[in-house]
Design a protein around this ligand. Sequence first.
Ligand SMILES: NC(=O)c1ccc[n+]([C@@H]2O[C@H](COP(=O)([O-])OP(=O)(O)OC[C@H]3O[C@@H](n4cnc5c(N)ncnc54)[C@H](OP(=O)(O)O)[C@@H]3O)[C@@H](O)[C@H]2O)c1
Length: 217
Amino acid sequence: MTISDSTVAIIGTGNIGSRLAANFAAGGQDFLLAGRDQEADQKLASSLDGHAEAVSVGEAVERGDVLVIAVWLDSFKELIAQYGEQFAGKVIVDPSNPVGPDGAGGYRKVIGEQESSGQILAGLLPTGARLVKAFGTLSAPTLSAAAWQEPERAVQFYAADDDAAGDLVADLIRAGGYEPVRVGGLDQSIRIEMFGDLHEYGALGRVVTKAEALKAI
Ligand SMILES: NC(=O)c1ccc[n+]([C@@H]2O[C@H](COP(=O)([O-])OP(=O)(O)OC[C@H]3O[C@@H](n4cnc5c(N)ncnc54)[C@H](OP(=O)(O)O)[C@@H]3O)[C@@H](O)[C@H]2O)c1
């Protein structure tokens, strides 16, 4: 299966979901779009040059082969609890950063220091669902600003245990105007989540090209 014969769905049409939608549409990638406000989703879809079809979350889960779930960690867990076995056989893309407000205008990690949301979510999915960590390494404004960078594409890191699922998401990263670089298996998710060394707000501290990324991992 390749990305061109897969049905891609974005679930969650907030800051990240809507920016990913714009990037995919700019790359000619068709996808389903599902949030909780059908009217708003319809409006967003109609601004994306015919590449997006607004559907309910249930329909996106049913029809999608590759589900990009752009919601916060707790909501992600709720979706897994709700749809459970329906995720089997799907590629689940996780952009989540396990953070919440720290009360002083910043963020704090909401899971253990050594834990990653990628591994936690992968552990909650049914057998046969393959999680790929991607699209959470850049801040929302950067996700828009650095797409289709010239002369060299900016990098989106991803982590995957399953090679075929990783390859599909690498194609999706390309379709959204970035160069994919695999950081390793899901045990490396922590490096590309917020506070990880390869996150835009971590030690790396910026958008990188492929050569720079390969040096950093
Ligand atoms: N913002 C960033 O800079 C950034 C960067 C990297 C990664 N991330 C990660 O990306 C994820 C999304 O962040 P965001 O900034 O896009 O958050 P956001 O703007 O708050 O958007 C989250 C969206 O999820 C929707 N949602 C929640 N539960 C849902 C459900 N059951 N079904 C369908 N939609 C549901 C919300 O809908 P309602 O409006 O109806 O609540 C909202 O539209 C988070 O895990 C975050 O850690 C964010």
